[in-house]
Design a binder for this molecule. Sequence first.
Ligand SMILES: Nc1ncnc2c1ncn2[C@@H]1O[C@H](COP(=O)(O)OP(=O)(O)OP(=O)(O)O)[C@@H](O)[C@H]1O
Length: 278
Amino acid sequence: MNTCDWLQSRLEPLLIQTDSKLSQRISVMHVHSSSTDKQAMAGPRPVVLSGPSGAGKSTLMKRLLKDYEGVFGFSVSHTTRKPRPGEEEGKGLNMLPMLLGATLLPVADVFSSKDVVMSTAISEGRKVTCPPDYHYTTREAMQEGIDNGDFIENAEFSGNLYGTSKSAIEDVRAQNLICILDVDIQGVRNIKKTDLDPIYISIQPPSMEILETRLRDRQTETEESLQKRLEAARQDMELSKEPGVFDVVIINDDLDKAYEELTAILIDEIKKVQEVKS
Ligand SMILES: Nc1ncnc2c1ncn2[C@@H]1O[C@H](COP(=O)(O)OP(=O)(O)OP(=O)(O)O)[C@@H](O)[C@H]1O
C-alpha cells in the first residue's frame, strides 16, 4: 500500500467525524520556490475566492473540482512546525496530523476550504491527489520572508508560523493548474500588492439572515464563534462593495445559478489548462 492509499484508508473513518467541522483556513506556506517568473506567467491565472464564512465558497469549490478534475490546484503551505515522524517534504502526509488534531484543536482556525474539498472527495470514495506536504522551514527564514513581503498571508498557531507564499502560488501556475486561493479581505489586499494577477471573485450570501440560517444549519459553530463570523461577515459584505476590489461579486442565492456565474468567469482559464493538456 503506498502512502496515498494508506492515508486514505486511515482518514476515511475520521473524515465522517471531522468533515462537518472543517472550516476556515490557516494557510501554510512556502517561501522559496524553484519556479521562475517566466514559467509562472505562462500558466493560467490564479483565482481568489473571498467572502464571509458560510457564503458558500467550499460548496462551489467542491463542485468545480468535481466537474473539472485536474484543472485546479492548491498552493503548498509553509510552516515552522517540525515535521512529525513519517512526515518529510514530498511524502504527502501532512493532512493526517491536521485531521487527527481536529478533535483537539480549534478547527475553525486550522482548516481551509481546501481541506473540506479534499476530505469530501476521500469520503465520497473518489481518487484524490495526495495533498502536498508543508514546506518546513525555520522561524528565522520564514520571518525574513514575511518581512520581505514574500507571503500573501501568515498566521501563528500553537507557537508555529504558517503562511502562503507568492512563490508557492506561482509554482501551481507553472504546473498549468489554476491555483485557488480562499482568502479573507486582508489576504485580498495583500495579493493586490503583488504581480500574481489573479481573478478576484467575491462570494456573498443574499442577506445576513440567510447567512445566519446557513451557518446554524451547517452545525459547525458554537454560539460564540457564530456571532464572531456574523460580525466579520457584516464587515466583509461592506468591503466587497468597494469599487475595484473584486472583478465580480457573486450573490450565492441559488446554488446552480451561482455556480453557472462562477464557471462563466473561469471558463477561459479552464480552457487554457485543458488545451495544454490535450
Ligand atoms: N445557494 C445555497 N443555498 C442553500 N444553502 C447553501 C447554498 N450555498 C451553500 N449553502 C450551504 O451553506 C453552508 C455554508 O456553505 P460553505 O460551507 O460552502 O461556506 P464557506 O463560504 O465555505 O464557509 P467557510 O468560509 O466557513 O468555510 C453549507 O452548509 C452549504 O451547504
